[in-house]
Design a protein around this ligand. Structure first.
Ligand SMILES: [Zn+2]
Ligand SMILES: [Zn+2]
Length: 455
């Protein structure tokens, strides 16, 4: 069935999005990547996006797609705040600010320091992460993913410090922090040396009173972002706080933040621990958010960590790697070597912790194999695309999202969709590829082998 709302880009459009139409951009593609790397970009290592549920991002959001060239133009004009040429080109785009030398395109960004700040209590991790804290695991992933950038963990920030509004969500009975207030605070405390600051919390978020929740919020113009892992916990929707979460006021009428002072506990009183699945989800969402900070928009070209995501299944389905278009953008900013970066990520994914924990939690499910293609592709074949018509919801969501052009809502749930609707949608879709971590490992192995082959 042909879907009128989401039309996947053709191979020609994907190629144009990667290589560009402008001569400088085309030349730098040849100059910066070897023939085998260019061949790799067009290989079956990079698969088209599949739509699997009505709630999927691309059926609910208008995404024109940011080509490499449109990214480059905004990058050359001074960074992430300039948005030009986001329409998918049907003809060569007019280029502004053309530069003739190759060096112009590899101009390093003024600062490459990424700051991560924990907000509120974070889960206890010592017993399940081989002694390494949750934040250190995230930091080591970011070091590999954003090779050549500096990653710094800032001291924890208390909820009180942000002076944000908070409330209890009526559907979940759980505390939520008003994300826009925290973004305002982050802008004030962002260190001068930082390129961006990303705050991470385990408390659920909302952007404004009319919304049910939001996974995260970012102001890429200011280089600040915030995201919550609350809903990445498998038991989030299964637990109820039994009225324990209550908004309190001090005698002077101000909000009482002492309710956030305690370590995170499960409802039975046991300590909340980070499992490898949650950690891997956190790595993906964090790299996605930081890429936004570097000026990368949502990706429509191939399956990519920069694909938009509307629900947990879609997030899990999204790979942990960048597609060629997005990889080229990041490479332009950071100037890393492709193979060295993949090898670093592979080394990170080989650490003993993963061997012990990932396979216990998620046994890889081997699917029907085909006779050709790399092994990761054979193991990860996804169900056929399911198209559907949801034009009315699409329009409603678009209106609300568009109302705050400067503050991007990340992974937002459609605000008019009830919790039970979301659960229904969750049930409709095929189970997410729970072996996503082992596929990531295999993908890296195959990619490294491919790239190191003598051509
Ligand atoms: Zn991409
Ligand atoms: Zn995003």
């Amino acid at each position: 069935m042909k879907d009128a709302l989401w039309v996947a880009p053709s191979p020609g459009e994907r190629k144009d999005a990667l290589i560009g139409c402008n001569n400088v951009v085309k030349k730098s593609f040849k100059a910066n990547f070897t023939p085998i790397q260019r061949q790799f970009f067009e290989s079956e290592f990079f698969q088209p996006i599949t739509i699997q549920a009505e709630a999927d991002w691309l059926l609910n959001h208008d995404e024109d797609g940011q080509t490499y060239e449109s990214f480059w133009r905004s990058f050359m004009l001074g960074g992430q705040s300039v948005e030009v040429g986001h329409k998918r080109p049907t003809r060569p785009q007019t280029v502004i600010g053309t530069r003739s030398s190759k060096s112009a395109i590899t101009t390093p960004h003024k600062s490459k320091t990424i700051c991560i700040v924990p907000l509120g209590s974070l889960p206890k991790t010592d017993e399940c992460l081989g002694g390494k804290s949750f934040m250190l695991w995230l930091k080591s992933f970011c070091n590999m993913f954003f090779k050549k950038a500096k990653v710094v963990i800032l001291p924890s920030m208390s909820v009180e410090e942000t002076k944000c509004q908070y409330r209890v969500n009526q559907l979940t009975g759980k505390f939520q922090l008003r994300a826009s207030d925290i973004i305002t605070h982050l802008k004030k405390v962002k260190p001068s040396y930082a390129y961006c600051v990303i705050a991470l919390t385990m408390i659920d978020l909302y952007p404004k009173p009319s919304w049910d929740f939001v996974y995260g919020l970012a102001s890429s113009n200011d280089g600040v972002g915030l995201f919550s892992l609350a809903r990445y916990d498998d038991i989030f929707y299964e637990t109820w706080t039994q009225g324990k979460d209550v908004v309190r006021n001090n005698p002077d009428g101000s909000l009482d933040y002492s309710v956030f002072g305690n370590p995170i506990l499960r409802l039975d009183g046991s300590s909340f621990q980070v499992c490898s699945k949650l950690l891997f989800r956190a790595c993906k969402v964090m790299s996605h958010e930081i890429c936004h900070m570097f000026g990368l928009k949502h990706c429509i070209w191939s399956a990519c960590v920069m694909n938009g995501s509307n629900h947990l299944q879609e997030s899990d389905r999204r790979p942990a790697f960048l597609c060629p278009v997005c990889l080229r953008k990041l490479q332009t900013i950071l100037g890393f070597d492709l193979v060295k970066r993949y090898k670093s990520l592979r080394a990170w994914a080989t650490e003993k912790f993963w061997e012990e924990f990932v396979y216990i939690e998620e046994k890889p499910q081997v699917q029907k194999s085909s006779k050709t293609g790399p092994s990761w592709a054979r193991r990860s074949s996804l169900p056929d695309v399911t198209h559907s018509t949801v034009s009315s919801r699409k329009k409603q969501v678009k209106k609300i999202v568009a109302s705050k052009p400067n503050l991007e809502t990340i992974f937002a749930s459609p605000p008019n969709q009830s919790e039970s609707d979301k659960q229904k949608n969750a049930i409709k879709v095929a189970p997410p590829p729970l072996d996503s971590f082992s596929r990531f490992q295999q993908w890296l192995d195959d990619a490294i082998t491919y790239l190191e082959e003598e051509s």
